[in-house]
Design a protein around this ligand. Structure first.
Ligand SMILES: C[S@@+](CC[C@H](N)C(=O)[O-])C[C@H]1O[C@@H](n2cnc3c(N)ncnc32)[C@H](O)[C@@H]1O
Length: 281
């Protein structure tokens, strides 16, 4: 296999990618899985951009890595050449508009026409990152074209090739409740769990029915060690675990003695928040 380039962020935009957690993620992998990971399987159950699966492959190259691509991100990667082509078309149409400014109506019309007539794959999430107000996500192509104000945030250069990003990684696409039962009884299968945070906006995710409390509780019935769980302080995950363990609720042994790394996430010089990586091997 060719040497893998190490990506520290996903090649194409993906909201919620765990790029600020990679150092801590690798620390836990190295603490808990010896050497190059031979004999282990690591399942990135809520794979999103695949950044954790990719990082796991770089850290533990002999492990079998499974990336659950629920959002069709791998298809976006395969079509980067179309995305770069479309970026250039839209860049040329908008470059005279000041950065971050709203597109005048005539320019917006030209961009809409270019999107409609584009003869190739349209990656609506990448397009959204160039044209929509910070972080807004279209539900589909129609929504992207008709329901939003456009701004000039068009990326200035092409996306680099992502040819090696998923090298050596097995890609599957299943809802978690179909995937997890395949791995219930194997102590050398590490579950990496980064579900949508309960109590947050989830519009960015392709097939997401809302991942609410009931979905979270269903997920927790299927979690067993070894696992690494990404949890937001906002979603009361640690309080939930302490409740399950403290009252010895059904299955509490799966979580007893869990460990955590507190992660300080710095978004910019004024905005910080705190999350936890919870794990048990
Ligand atoms: C917080 S994101 C994961 C981000 C990922 N760790 C990364 O670094 O890019 C949560 C992911 O779970 C996916 N998802 C939502 N519901 C799901 C389900 N029922 N089964 C599997 N994945 C689901 C979402 O579409 C989204 O990709």
């Amino acid at each position: 296999m060719d040497a893998i380039k190490h990506y520290t962020q996903a090649p194409l935009p993906f909201i919620g990618q765990k790029r600020r957690f990679l150092t801590d993620f690798k620390t836990i992998l190295n603490q808990c899985i010896a050497d190059d990971g031979d004999g282990w399987t690591i399942v990135d159950v809520f794979g999103g951009s695949g950044l954790l699966a990719h990082t796991a492959k770089c850290s533990k190259p002999q492990a079998h890595i499974i990336y659950n691509d629920f959002d069709g991100y791998a298809i976006r990667l395969q079509n980067i050449k179309y995305t770069n082509h479309l970026r250039k078309i839209i860049f040329d149409l908008t470059q005279h508009v000041p950065r971050n400014h709203k597109l005048p109506e005539n320019v917006k019309n030209q961009v809409q026409a270019a999107l409609k007539s584009f003869d190739g794959f349209v990656d609506i999430h990448s397009v959204a990152s160039w044209l929509l107000f910070s972080g807004q996500q279209p539900t589909d192509f129609h929504d992207l074209i008709f329901n939003h104000t456009y701004f000039n945030n068009v990326r200035l250069s092409d996306y680099p090739s992502a040819d090696s990003y998923l090298n050596g990684v097995e890609v599957v696409s299943k809802p978690y409740h179909k995937l997890l039962p395949e791995f219930q009884n194997n102590s050398k299968v590490l579950l990496v769990l980064d579900p949508p945070y309960v109590c947050t906006a989830q519009g960015a995710y392709h097939k997401a029915g809302y991942f609410g409390m009931v979905e979270f509780l269903k997920l927790m019935r299927l979690v067993r060690p070894p696992f690494i769980f990404f949890s937001s302080t906002r979603s009361e995950f640690l309080d939930y675990l302490d409740l399950v363990i403290g009252y010895k609720l059904d299955g509490w042994e799966r979580f007893a003695g869990y460990r955590k790394i507190n992660v300080q996430v710095c978004l910019n010089k004024n905005a910080h928040y705190e999350d936890n990586l919870v794990y048990k091997f």
